[in-house]
Ligand binder design. Structure first.
Ligand code: PGA
Length: 247
């Protein structure tokens, strides 16, 4: 039985002191959350957010990592740094990183392998643009992203991974995918995992939907057979995240 994951993605929002205050404020209402609760936060917010989350059921994750342990990579964060800070989950290959920071399926694959090698759980993102959807190649595109992103990942590692399906046209737009659209692609991803690995791995891996998830639409989305929770941007910065944590 897959435990649902309510994963927040703060993106470039919240200063360290805001992060600390927000996590502290949310802790009480999250106490009895039904789903696993996670906020992925900017690197500089990780430690203060962790401090505020200590002793609560809120977990703090990262939004990115670099695929080397250390060295001359100005501005980057290594898996060793994340592990030392107590991070378990790391978002990899978000569409904003692909669009603005030149990440490709190959760099995503390197990051996924690096995260796994260091005991971190990747939340690997995929998703199509509106143009690709209109061209009718959504599933081909997503299959390619997942297939390349998971190259060299063993079945044992895949079982513990999280994949987030986030149609780009639904991110930050208020235009949520229909439940049918979201379930169709999440189901397709699970079928791909069964093809690449086996039924047991497909059954274990968690697949999230992301893109304008909010307190109102989360229940219907999370009720789908192949949707194991959400990767949530805007609504993870607000108290309404409690509803998502319980959906
Ligand atoms: P959104 O962002 O919930 O604000 O649409 C989702 C995401 O980018 O992960």
């Amino acid at each position: 039985m897959r435990k649902r994951l309510a994963a927040g993605n703060w993106k470039m929002n919240m200063t360290p002191s805001q992060a600390k205050a927000f996590v502290a404020e949310m802790a009480e209402s999250m106490k009895d959350a039904k789903n696993e609760v996670l906020f992925c936060v900017p690197a500089i917010d990780i430690l203060p957010a962790m401090e505020a989350a200590a002793g609560t059921n809120i977990q703090i994750g990262a939004e990115n990592l670099y695929f080397e342990e250390k060295g001359a990579y100005t501005g980057e964060i290594s898996p060793l740094m994340l592990m030392d800070a107590g991070v378990k989950y790391v978002i990899i290959g978000h569409s904003e990183r692909r669009e603005y920071f030149a990440e490709t399926d190959d760099t995503v694959n390197k990051k996924v392998l690096c995260a796994l090698a260091h005991g971190l759980t990747p939340i690997m993102c995929c998703g199509e643009s509106l143009k690709l959807r209109e061209q009718g190649v959504t599933m081909d595109w997503v299959r390619m992203q997942v297939k390349i992103g998971m190259q060299g990942v063993t079945a044992e590692q895949a079982k513990g991974m999280v994949i987030a399906y986030e149609p780009i046209w639904a991110i930050g737009t208020g235009v949520v995918a229909t439940t049918e659209q979201a379930e169709e692609v999440c189901k397709g991803i699970r079928e791909l995992i069964a093809e690449l690995y086996d039924a047991e791995t497909a059954d274990a891996i968690r697949i999230l939907y992301g893109g304008s998830v909010n307190g109102k639409n989360c229940a219907e989305l999370f009720a789908q057979e192949n949707i194991d929770g959400g990767l949530v941007g805007g609504a993870s910065l607000k108290p309404e995240f409690v509803q998502i944590a319980n959906a």
